[in-house]
Design a protein around this ligand. Structure first.
Ligand code: NAP
Length: 340
């Protein structure tokens, strides 16, 4: 395959290079794109150095089979026609087209088939918090329809990009030296703090991140499910956590849900450590891992049809680069238009 990565210098772009290599993705030619800032820099892939090209309206994607784009919604909107006009499939990590009717929004474990219908040759990679949640919701939905979800997220600094991760490290070092911390990427100091504000506020007082969880979950799951989210930034470097409460149409036992979780693709149940003690997924130990991890499964004490559990996933991997690469792998296996 001839592959392009747009936003190659960023947190997600760098992860694309790692994931494509780890997944042994078949690549004949690779091109890297960025803005003026990183153009001319090089990045290594499979022992070879690649120069980042500046993305312009004159960039020529002829012959490129798939472009993985992670350069922000503005860049995706501005350059989608440049990228797709000669038949390149654009798998886009930004929020630019996710809710467009003619753009499928895909998590292969949940709705891989949706990727086959892509009239604009664009496939949306969902929001990271939504991806890890729907991987855990799908096996429950297979047992009984989920009516509603209440979720509180604990989102890592790196969800806001490479510079945000650097800011958290820098603030922690500054505070340990007794210095005033530099606050630029987040509205307030994140080190030793939590900020209940991810993305911008909307008219209904929810943030855009919270509304993405509502809207994207319905689109991916083809469901009338309602999701009420509170999204919180926490001083974790990498991997998002979520406390989730679901209400199903009929009551389910924890045993049957645990069994369904255990059989679900992309999901690992973590409830005990090697010594047989109670255990649970934590972002510190889940960072860099491929699957989504689920633990703390229990009945909701307030609701017979309710269940509560805890989900952790690496949002740069499964929440971004890995999910996009899995979409491409799914198409390679299932779409004659892309099969080698
Ligand atoms: P980031 O670390 O800030 O990187 C942004 C990338 O976009 C850089 O490579 C930058 O290149 C490139 N870029 C910016 N403007 C550009 C332009 N006009 N033309 C070409 N390239 C341009 O951000 P990130 O975290 O990787 O996020 C990238 C996208 O993925 C965003 O849409 C984000 O919402 C989405 N996403 C992020 C995560 C996450 O966990 N971080 C998860 C899911 C989705 P230069 O260095 O050359 O400016």
């Amino acid at each position: 395959m001839n592959i392009a990565i747009v936003g190659a210098s960023g947190a997600v772009g760098q992860e694309f290079l790692r994931v494509l290599d780890e997944q042994n993705f078949p690549i004949d030619n690779l091109r890297l794109f960025g803005s003026k800032r990183s153009a001319g820099q090089t990045r290594a892939f499979r022992g070879k150095e690649y120069v980042i090209e500046e993305l312009t309206r004159d960039s020529d994607f002829t012959g490129t089979d798939i472009a993985f784009t992670s350069a922000g919604a503005g860049t995706s909107k501005e350059f989608a026609d440049v990228i797709t006009r000669h038949g390149t499939l654009m798998i886009d990590n930004s929020s630019a087209f996710r809710m467009d009717d003619d753009v499928p929004l895909v998590v292969p474990e949940v709705n891989g088939e949706d990727a086959l219908n892509r009239p604009r040759n664009i496939i949306g990679n969902p929001n990271c918090t939504t991806i890890q949640m729907v991987v855990a919701l799908k096996p429950i939905e297979n047992l009984s329809h989920i009516r509603r979800v209440r979720v509180a997220t604990y989102q890592a600094a790196s969800g806001a990009g490479a510079a945000a991760m650097d800011e958290l490290r820098h603030q922690t070092a500054q505070l340990s030296r007794g210095e005033e911390p530099t606050v630029e990427k987040f509205k307030y100091q994140l080190a030793y703090n939590v900020i209940p504000h991810v993305d911008v506020f909307t008219e209904n007082d929810y943030t855009k991140e919270e509304m993405k969880m509502f809207n994207e979950t319905r689109k991916i799951m083809h469901s009338d499910i309602r999701v009420s989210a509170t999204c919180v930034r926490v001083p974790v470097l990498r991997a998002h956590s979520e406390a989730i409460w679901v209400e199903t149409e009929t009551p389910l036992t924890t045993e049957e849900v645990r069994r369904a979780f255990g059989q679900a693709p992309g999901l690992v149940v973590m409830e005990e450590n090697a010594e047989g003690e109670k255990y649970y997924p934590m972002p510190l130990f889940i960072a860099d891992k491929d699957p989504v991890y689920v633990g703390r499964l229990r009945k909701d004490l307030c609701d017979d049809c309710g269940l509560s559990f805890w989900v952790v996933g690496d949002q740069i991997k499964k929440g971004a680069a890995l999910n996009a690469v899995q979409i491409a792998q799914w198409l390679l296996a299932n779409d004659p238009r892309l099969k080698n």
